[in-house]
Write a protein of this length. Structure first.
Length: 191
């Protein structure tokens, strides 16, 4: 079993990455393979709404990291998404990724069926819940199971690393990883 984590932050190894790594540590502790992709320095182009992806299983347009990343998303058993909230919403890169992935998945039903999804978000003061909600709606709209935690998996900090002072956020992210592992084990047993 494998969980792919995608960091939609413009900052590599910032607060969003800390939350993702905390959840991933719990998954690795449960013997689940993990991979973290950081979108910092890369730009996912928005969907062109050309519908050429229908029946192909992936976008036909290249020139950015989307196609390769989408193949990795399809191959994973679980998706852990992370986005900072710069303006009370998802980061632009995460929004572009999810919109494009949603169109490909809509045009090719079943690509994400019964995978496990979870999200984390980091913010200075506000907007983290809106960002988490956007990522969770992607999961719910694509036939996935959504793992939760003991509270919202959001953390607070402005400068890189400040989220490490948010002990509740770290505990919540760790439990989120444990709950993803639990769902994945249930799925494995059902096969």
């Amino acid at each position: 079993m494998k969980v792919l984590a995608i960091n939609g932050s413009a900052r590599r190894d910032g607060n969003t990455a800390v939350l993702l790594e905390t959840a991933l540590a719990s998954l690795r502790k449960e013997g689940i393979e993990t991979e973290l992709v950081q979108l910092a320095g890369q730009w996912v182009r928005p969907c062109r709404a050309c519908w050429a992806c229908g029946g192909r299983g992936n976008c036909v347009h290249g020139g950015d990291p989307f196609r390769e990343l989408f193949e990795t998303m399809k191959a994973a058993d679980g998706l852990l998404l992370g986005s900072p909230s710069y303006a009370a919403n998802l980061s632009a890169n995460m929004q572009a990724l999810l919109e494009r992935a949603a169109v490909v998945a809509d045009m090719n039903p079943g690509l994400f069926s019964r995978k496990v999804g979870a999200s984390v978000s980091a913010a200075r003061r506000a907007g983290a819940l809106a960002a988490a909600d956007g990522m969770n709606r992607f999961f719910l709209n694509h036939d996935m199971f959504v793992a939760g935690s003991t509270y919202w998996a959001v953390g607070y900090g402005r400068l890189p690393g400040e989220v490490k002072d948010d002990e509740e956020a770290l505990a919540t992210a760790a439990r989120l990883g444990e709950n993803m592992a639990y769902y994945l084990r249930l799925q494995e047993a059902a096969r």
